[in-house]
Design a binder for this molecule. Structure first.
Ligand code: ZN
Length: 305
């Protein structure tokens, strides 16, 4: 039997603030039938909901966050939530938002993982469709580049290059993605920013909700957060978390190896679009569940733990 699709056991919600607006936002996550995928919803002004599917071709902004726009409705900062959804193997979910931005919460995927695990996931009677990379695709230039090539599982190898004493310690990480690895080694890695950039952002009405509660903030020498870092190489781990969320916009779990140097949201989206523009680079397929159903049982256990 092939690995099956999943959805949430029950609806859950969370309230927080938007990173860019600084305004409160309520997010409701609802179970959805097989083949729905991940769909954001915003009020349509007539007591209904307008759908914004999580698709790479709807990405309209990649500065500081990934934002989607569909028929004039926009949702921003989708990447950390999408990363949690993809990292845990949740295939179908409706995400309703009271404001045009996913709550930033603590700047990582940790609170979304907690939310999904607290309600749990159920298996649906439909096979999960994977995007299987068949031919290598490369985007970028000598300074920043990304490459996606055939691989049995889903592996990410990222390198960043910051000339900063707090970041230099760990700038390269490679992970073989599965729900357990995602939860323990990636999900708690927070977004980060430099004090010298914050004043500029504020003047341009950006990152108005940003604080030491939802980002690692660095001056020219050190980390300013009292509690320090959650992982010694939290910065590059966060970049992997972002890449998982941005590549989830391909609409299916990947079977491939993503290697990138100095990647950000723009490069991740460029890769997603390059893959979709080159049908020879991928095939849709299903993956046989292990004979004892171990993978599914493990995902379900993780979701319920
Ligand atoms: Zn991020």
């Amino acid at each position: 039997m092939d690995i099956r699709q999943t959805t949430l056991r029950k609806a859950v919600h969370l309230t927080g603030i938007g990173l860019h607006s600084g305004n409160p936002v309520r997010m409701d996550m609802l179970p959805a039938p097989a083949d729905t995928g991940v769909v954001f919803e915003r009020p349509d002004g007539a007591e209904g909901w307008q759908r914004i599917p999580a698709r790479a071709d709807l990405v309209t902004e990649t500065t500081l966050c990934t934002a989607l726009t569909c028929e004039g409705q926009r949702v921003a900062t989708v990447e950390h939530l999408l990363s949690a959804i993809a990292g845990l193997g949740l295939d179908n979910v409706i995400v309703r938002l009271s404001a045009p931005e996913v709550p930033i919460v603590d700047g990582s995927s940790g609170p979304f993982v907690f939310l999904i695990q607290s309600t749990g996931m159920v298996t649906l009677d439909a096979p999960r469709r994977y995007m299987i990379i068949r031919e290598a695709v490369q985007v970028g230039d000598e300074d920043k580049w990304a490459r996606l090539e055939p691989y049995e599982g889903f592996k990410l190898s990222l390198e960043i290059d910051f000339d900063h004493p707090a970041i230099e310690a760990g700038q390269q990480v490679s992970v073989e993605l599965d729900p357990d690895t995602f939860v323990h080694e990636l999900s708690r890695a927070r977004t980060f920013g430099f004090l010298r950039d914050i004043e500029y952002l504020r003047q341009h009405e950006m990152a108005l909700g940003g604080s030491l509660d939802n980002a690692i903030v660095l001056d020219d020498y050190r980390v300013l957060n009292d509690d320090g870092l959650r992982y010694a190489d939290e910065f590059v781990r966060h970049k992997i978390l972002d890449a998982i969320g941005d590549l989830a916009l391909l609409g299916a779990p990947l079977r491939g190896h993503y290697t990138a140097y100095k990647a950000g949201h723009a490069l991740n989206n460029k890769m997603a679009r390059a893959v979709l523009a080159n049908p020879a680079s991928y095939a849709w397929g299903t993956v046989a569940a292990p004979a004892d159903g171990a993978a599914q049982t493990r995902e379900a256990a993780l979701a319920a733990s």
